[in-house]
Design a protein around this ligand. Structure first.
Ligand code: SF4
Length: 428
């Protein structure tokens, strides 16, 4: 949307106060995200000046636009997540008051070929960028509202993604994070076999100057074995596997309508670690899923102790009306859910600290993302932007460059390092 609005002559500003058009890109997939979206919209609607307009965009508009319309009368227009490409027209109409309370709703097509050629589908933050490769999801996880919001998976054409990657390379980006609801499913709808690998192999040829290519949000399927083989073959593909497993008890996974062959997951992850010892593993779990017994929760804890993930995120189950699992209700009391979350995160904290301590003494490339007051902060390949850990270095360094950093200290989440003088030039 930013790209399209800039092409139409609008300029982004830092503060809502100085904006003529306020756009809130809502998130609607779990209750806490909806609450946050409503809070922000409410605050802006109340503070809005006479010459400002407020537009609600994103996932929440797709499923809950009527509720938003009733709850927050100060919203001038709505644009749903599937029609983001209509934003210049919605802005134009809203400013002209030609069509107040306009709503752009359901469209079967999540990706519009007309905008593929002209819009960079990447969100850049410094030397790092998220590059979208597909939108929507054809899985049917019982707890998840994303297929309701986004519809079926639609992959972007490989050439459009490669062109965006080339543009990012020209802009000096050091890291591309490939994203989709399920990256391992990339290309299925286009009839491309092993689509993710096909795409990665083209990417390493076309953007040789981008040293870090990271794949996020993979699904536990045989495709991950191909992905790890691709990491072995191409150093540019970071040895970082983000595999949201959601649970580790076959009974819970069955109720979640997820792959439930936990033995396969267990053996596959161990085998991958054997063939690729530097492989960093990140996962996500849900605790308090309907019917989760203490025994099933214990199975999850045992699995986590056994696999020893490098990074682990966890959520309490959020009841989502309209999802396939809604019929199961939400029977686990909130305090039990919270308690299980804390037990799981406490266990992971100890594991993460032990894993991080093993890195002390090693030298790793660090992408510097901030510098000032005698300090620099960055990330290694082991840390995805925004969700994983950081490395703190006690000297200022050039932002957006990769440096060899010797790890000197470890905390559960973050690391401390010093610039390795033996290699006194930035890697890049
Ligand atoms: S794979 Fe992810 S996005 Fe797709 S239905 Fe399952 S949880 Fe939702």
């Amino acid at each position: 949307m930013t790209e399209l609005l800039q092409q139409a002559g609008y300029t982004p500003v830092e503060k809502p106060n100085s904006a003529a058009i306020l756009i809130v890109n809502t998130c609607g997939f779990i209750q806490p995200a909806r609450q946050e979206s409503i809070q922000v919209l409410n605050e802006l609607a109340q503070r809005k000046k006479a010459n400002q307009v407020l537009i609600a965009a994103g996932c929440m508009v797709e499923l809950h636009h009527q509720m938003l319309r009733n709850a927050i009368p100060g919203i001038d227009s709505f644009i749903s997540t599937r029609r983001w490409m209509d934003i210049p027209k919605v802005v134009e109409d809203t400013l002209a008051k030609a069509s107040p309370q306009r709503t752009q709703r359901h469209s079967a097509r999540a990706i519009d070929p007309l905008v593929e050629d002209s819009v960079l589908r990447a969100a850049q933050q410094g030397a790092s960028a998220y590059l979208k490769i597909a939108d929507g999801c054809r899985r049917a996880c019982a707890f998840c509202s994303i297929p309701l919001i986004k519809g079926n998976a639609v992959s972007r054409p490989p050439e459009a993604i490669l062109k965006d990657a080339e543009a990012l390379q020209k802009m000096g980006v050091c890291e591309i994070n490939l994203i989709a609801q399920d990256t391992t499913d990339y290309g299925h709808d286009l009839g491309i076999k092993n689509g993710l690998i096909y795409l990665l192999e083209r990417l390493v040829e076309r953007v040789p100057d981008i040293p870090w290519i990271r794949v996020l949000y993979t699904y536990p399927s045989p495709a991950i074995e191909h992905l790890v083989a691709c990491m072995v073959q191409h150093p540019q593909i970071l040895k970082y596997l983000d595999i949201p497993l959601q649970h580790a008890h076959p009974g819970v996974l069955r109720r979640m309508n997820r792959p439930h062959n936990v033995d396969w997951v267990h053996k596959t992850l161990q085998k991958m670690r054997g063939s690729l010892p530097e492989l960093t593993l990140r996962t996500t779990f849900i605790v308090g899923y309907p019917g989760e017994t203490q025994k099933e929760f214990q199975t999850l804890l045992d699995f986590v102790s056994d696999i020893r993930f490098d990074h682990l995120g966890a959520f309490v189950y959020s009841f989502e009306p309209g999802t396939p699992g809604a019929a199961l209700g939400d029977p686990i009391p909130p305090e039990i859910k919270q308690q299980r979350l804390e037990i799981l995160m406490e266990l992971q904290k100890k594991i993460s600290l032990q894993n991080n301590r093993r890195l002390v003494g090693k030298t790793l490339d660090v992408l510097i993302e901030g510098s000032g007051d005698g300090l620099a902060v960055g990330r290694t390949y082991r840390d995805a932007p925004e969700i994983d850990g950081l490395v703190f270095i006690n000297q200022e360094m050039s932002i957006g460059k990769l440096y060899p950093i010797q790890i000197t200290g470890a905390m559960p989440h973050d690391l401390i390092g010093k610039y390795s003088k033996s290699a006194n030039a930035p890697v890049r």
